[in-house]
Design a protein around this ligand. Structure first.
Ligand code: PEP
Ligand code: MG
Length: 574
């Protein structure tokens, strides 16, 4: 039995068999020469691998369409089209014949020519290079004789714990939800988009585990996504202990599901606003029975990413309307496009940025892409006709950014009036506080707007100067660093003074263990990942804010990440 300690980013408690998942890399591509007699065999292997890749991609597109809207899966369709290109197949076959090399070798060489060619060109071509790279990896992995990227076929037959070097959004989508009990990875980060996606689908994830050294396909494993423990080949006593724990956990899940229908209050009867973060329309299907207080953060980027042209005004109106209808009479906070960094639409042409998170992102993109923003604002205003609208401005640094957005809204209104188009008459404006300069001056910015959302994902990366998606600085990106708590205090104080709602919507709000601290700090409004909603609700219903604890003092005096972890780590389930 081996007990490994990693970092839990998405909670849950499961046990099952490990299935290693490999990203085919250079070193694993087999290279050998063949004889004349073997040429036809290699061509047959090549054609079979293309067919398998096409099949698995078609399956993946179906899964993706259920999670995202049809438009947003465009990128996967592009890959499929590339795969069907006869010219590509012809080139690889010629290489096999000419150089008398194995099929994998030929695939590798032909794709590398494309990748090198496009990498030398301008930005958009680099994306094409990335497409070729992804496709190359998928084809090469299909040669193993197993579909998908699993290293053992058990992953195709039953639900498994997927162990991999890293988690990509592609993987979360590609490996159907039905097949995954949990993800264990070496690399990761709390707020990378792959993790956000896994969390919103309710799949437990633990990273910081040396997968290659510690586990093999078919190993029995227990994944404790609460404490970050991974137990490989558990002994009988541990198995028994965890099977009881898992049963209790399942019961609690059921109880929480039922409780998610109750209005959000603490045990001391304090009303808390509990809202939902929506990043893809598919998540709306999961919220039907929840007693929630609205959509606290609608990330609109899903409508723009992975496509070659911006969505039309009509298309946007329809999508926003649909989401507002699903929220019934509850408020929907629509965040304007937060372009930049890892959320860059394909149709956007930006000069190469050295530090994308410090350059054109969120509010800073409005000037360069004014028409895009104007169309989005108009579409949102029209979609919200006859209802209140809450509009949220991303990545605000200071007053000047708010003024830019305010001018944009008034121009949109003016033009819609001219067009005789009806739109929402009751618009309230909010800002994302996710840059330290905005947090420190919340008292100056809040009087200019009606509400604010705390975006702790970005706020933390800018406060700690540690990029949220880089595993090398992950240890520095501590999800509850005392300096972040200090900034929370400043924002909450300003909110109280200005009587403006402050809603915590970064990923940190989806971690139930921090709620005693959040309430102590005076936060009363939260927006959380959909799959975490029942757990947070359960936690809130049990909390008593009148309890005297010196939690805040303990956070500020914690000397290390470990000390902070110990402070909040729960022995779960209760
Ligand atoms: C945040 O930064 O906390 C946030 C909610 O925005 P996003 O994760 O979309 O950047
Ligand atoms: Mg952000």
């Amino acid at each position: 039995m081996k007990v490994l300690k990693g970092t839990a980013v998405s909670s849950g408690l499961v046990r099952g068999l490990v299935c290693l998942y490999s990203d085919q890399s250079e070193e694993t591509v087999s290279h050998y020469t063949i004889t004349d007699n073997q040429i036809s065999n290699e061509i047959a292997r090549l054609e079979e691998s293309f067919r398998k890749t096409q099949d698995s991609m078609q399956k993946m597109i179906k899964v993706a369409e259920k999670i995202f809207d049809k438009q947003a899966v465009g990128i996967f369709n592009v890959h499929l089209m590339m795969l069907k290109d006869e010219e590509l197949l012809r080139k690889i076959i010629s290489l096999i014949k000419e150089k008398k090399i194995n099929a994998e070798h030929a695939v590798h060489d032909v794709f590398e020519t494309y990748i090198n060619l496009y990498n030398k060109k301008q930005l958009h071509f680099k994306e094409l290079a990335q497409d070729f790279l992804n496709l190359k990896e998928r084809i090469l992995s299909s040669f193993s004789g197993l579909s998908g990227h699993f290293e053992c076929s058990v992953g195709e037959r039953q639900r498994v714990v997927v162990a991999a070097q890293k988690l990509t959004p592609y993987m979360v989508l590609n490996i159907s939800r039905k097949n995954v009990l949990a993800f264990i990875t070496q690399e990761g980060g709390y707020t990378t988009h792959a993790m956000i996606l896994a969390r919103s689908l309710g799949i437990p994830v633990i990273f910081n585990i040396n997968v290659k050294e510690n586990m093999r396909c078919m190993d029995r494993v227990i994944v404790d996504g609460f404490s970050g423990k991974v137990i490989v080949s558990p002994d009988r006593r541990t198995e028994k202990y965890y099977s009881q724990k898992i049963e209790r956990h399942k019961t609690r899940e059921k109880v929480c599901e039922i409780k998610s229908k109750i209005v959000s209050k603490t045990a001391g009867n304090l009303r808390i606003k509990l809202k939902l973060n929506i990043s893809t329309p598919g998540e709306l299907e999961m919220i039907k029975d929840f007693n929630h207080d609205g959509i606290g953060l609608l990330r609109t980027e899903f409508l723009f990413l992975e496509r070659n042209h911006p969505p039309s005004r009509e298309e946007q109106i329809n999508m926003y309307k649909l989401i507002m209808q699903k929220a019934v009479n509850k408020p929907v906070v629509v965040r304007l496009l937060d372009i930049g960094s890892d959320k860059l639409p394909l149709f956007i042409n930006l000069p190469q940025q050295i530090n994308p998170d410090l350059e054109i992102k969120g509010a800073r993109a409005v000037e360069s892409f004014y028409d895009l923003y104007l169309t989005q604002v108009k579409a949102i205003l029209i979609a919200a006709k006859g209802r209140d609208l809450k509009i949220l401005y991303p990545m605000i640094t200071d007053e000047s950014d708010i003024i830019v957005f305010k001018k944009l809204i008034s121009r949109a209104k003016k033009e819609l009036k001219k067009e005789k188009e009806a739109f929402s008459k009751k618009i309230t404006e909010g800002i994302m506080i996710e840059i330290p300069s905005a947090a420190l001056r919340a008292d100056v910015l809040l009087p200019m707007v009606d509400f604010a959302n705390i975006g702790s994902n970005d706020l933390l990366q800018y406060t700690l100067a540690a990029y949220r998606g880089n595993a090398l600085v992950e240890k520095r990106y501590h999800i509850l660093h005392p300096s972040l708590v200090k900034l929370f205090e400043i924002i909450i104080r300003a909110g109280k003074k200005e009587k403006k709602e402050i809603c915590l919507c970064g990923e940190i709000s989806s971690f139930e263990e921090f709620y005693p601290l959040f309430l102590k700090l005076g936060l009363r409004s939260f927006s959380v990942a959909v799959a975490k909603f029942p757990h947070i609700k359960c936690e809130l219903l049990h909390l008593n804010t009148s309890e005297k604890t010196d939690l805040l003092k303990k956070v500020y005096s914690a000397k290390s990440k470990l000390e902070l972890d110990r402070l909040f780590l729960k022995t779960f389930p209760k």
